[in-house]
Design a protein around this ligand. Structure first.
Ligand code: SF4
Ligand code: SF4
Length: 403
């Protein structure tokens, strides 16, 4: 029987040079010496898809070797990046022109720079994308985390990506150990949903079936920001996994605390994947009520439960061809809020936002020790400077309680 291939996400580092308003990871970096080694990467199973992410993956000077190793076991690789290390991205793409690159851009210039906390973040990201396009790279695109502040930029940014012939991936705010954040929440749900509605209609107008499925994903995001049950089951940890910089294998990046199935530095893949600890995590996933709607957990579900997605896609594409628009009020919960059957406060309670949460940042004891008396952003600043890069950042004063 052919070996079953998995969907994997490799978090190569927790170091990050950005200071995004919806993610505190930059305050909780991993120690470089502890980050996942090539020896551990060699132990990963065969994958049909691998996402390389961080932190900021290109902060690692050996990322090329990591990719080279991963290509021995993965059919397709996509790297998520904030686009800051333009020269490294270009250099990597010269060796791997088939690789996918997703650069996070959080809105038009002013909004992006405010959210990302990098004065020149938009220009850097946009310039990198343009250079990649000019090089003939095919699998290149934007990634945007939609929130109150940038929702009005959603369709304009989609239009820019369309003009450049690029992919356009969306997400919304999530809370988890991975983002070192528990207070993310959408405040003006109807306004944000209206912008998603506009995007869904734009996507449905296109001739690309891929974009029709993206329309469904964005329809699911409306459902998510209203705090409702996921449209599709979550099967993370069954044929999908995340591995963190310490070699800990986890179901996903959406849990409140880090859930560990095993450690690939110490175990073989088969031992870890078939362990009682892994089974315990799978049982937790089966009753998980966080209802995330991130592409990492939704894309595999859309493939697996395609029979539940296709009717929506076909019906809405047909309606679009007949000039009838998708409406956010197709979601009962949007009608209920509009009609006063449910209040904003009740919906807030359905979200994962927890103002009193103590955040577990998932760092190893040694990485926590390295942070004692220091700020994560100062450690990473010095790190980036020692690599010969100058950054212009906006100072943030957000305080978080980390355990
Ligand atoms: S969202 Fe990404 S780029 Fe922004 S701080 Fe977090 S890890 Fe860094
Ligand atoms: S819903 Fe799925 S992706 Fe989200 S935390 Fe639960 S198991 Fe992870």
């Amino acid at each position: 029987m052919a070996e079953k291939k998995l969907n994997g996400t490799v978090i190569v580092t927790y170091r990050c040079n950005a200071r995004c308003s919806m993610c505190n990871r930059y305050k909780a970096p991993s120690r470089q010496e502890e980050e996942i080694s090539l020896e551990t990467i060699k132990k990963l199973p065969k994958m049909y898809f691998t996402n390389i992410t961080g932190g900021e993956p290109f902060i690692r000077t050996d990322l090329k070797e990591v990719v080279r190793e991963l290509y021995k076991k993965s059919d397709r690789i996509v790297i998520s990046t904030n686009g800051f290390f333009t020269d490294r991205i270009i250099d990597l793409c010269k060796e791997f022109p088939q690789i996918g690159i997703r650069i996070s851009i959080e809105g038009l210039e002013k909004t992006n720079n405010e959210i990302r906390g990098l004065n020149d973040g938009y220009q850097r990201g946009y310039t990198t994308l343009k250079k990649l396009r000019d090089m003939g790279m095919k699998d290149v695109g934007f990634g945007m985390t939609v929130q109150d502040k940038n929702a009005p930029d959603l369709v304009p940014l989609y239009e820019i990506s369309n003009k450049m012939g690029m992919e356009f991936a969306t997400a919304s705010l999530h809370n988890s150990f991975y983002f070192v954040e528990a207070k993310n929440i959408i405040h003006d749900r109807p306004m944000v949903a209206k912008n998603f509605e506009n995007l869904v209609n734009e996507l449905l107008k296109s001739n690309s079936p891929k974009k029709w499925f993206r329309a469904y994903f964005n329809h699911g995001l409306i459902n998510y920001i209203y705090g409702q049950k996921r449209l599709l089951p979550c099967d993370m940890s069954f044929d999908t996994f995340f591995i963190d910089p310490y070699g800990d294998v986890m179901p996903c990046n959406g849990t409140k605390d880090k859930e560990v199935m095993g450690n690939l530095n110490r175990q073989s893949w088969d031992e870890l994947w078939n362990s009682p600890e892994a089974e315990k995590v799978r049982r937790k996933v089966r009753c998980c009520d966080r209802d995330c709607w991130m592409i990492g957990s939704v894309s595999p579900a859309m493939h697996k439960y395609i029979y539940r997605v296709i009717p929506w896609v076909m019906w809405h594409k047909l309606k679009s061809m007949l000039g009838m628009k998708y409406s956010m009020f197709e979601n009962k919960i949007c009608r209920d809020l509009r009609d006063g059957k449910v209040t904003k406060e009740e919906l807030d309670k359905c979200s994962t936002c927890d103002m009193c949460a103590t955040i577990n940042n998932g760092l190893s004891d040694d990485s926590k020790e390295a942070l004692k008396g220091k700020r994560g952003e100062d450690i990473v600043n010095a790190d980036v400077a020692s690599q010969g890069y100058e950054t212009t950042k906006m100072e943030t004063n957000r305080e978080i309680e980390i355990k």
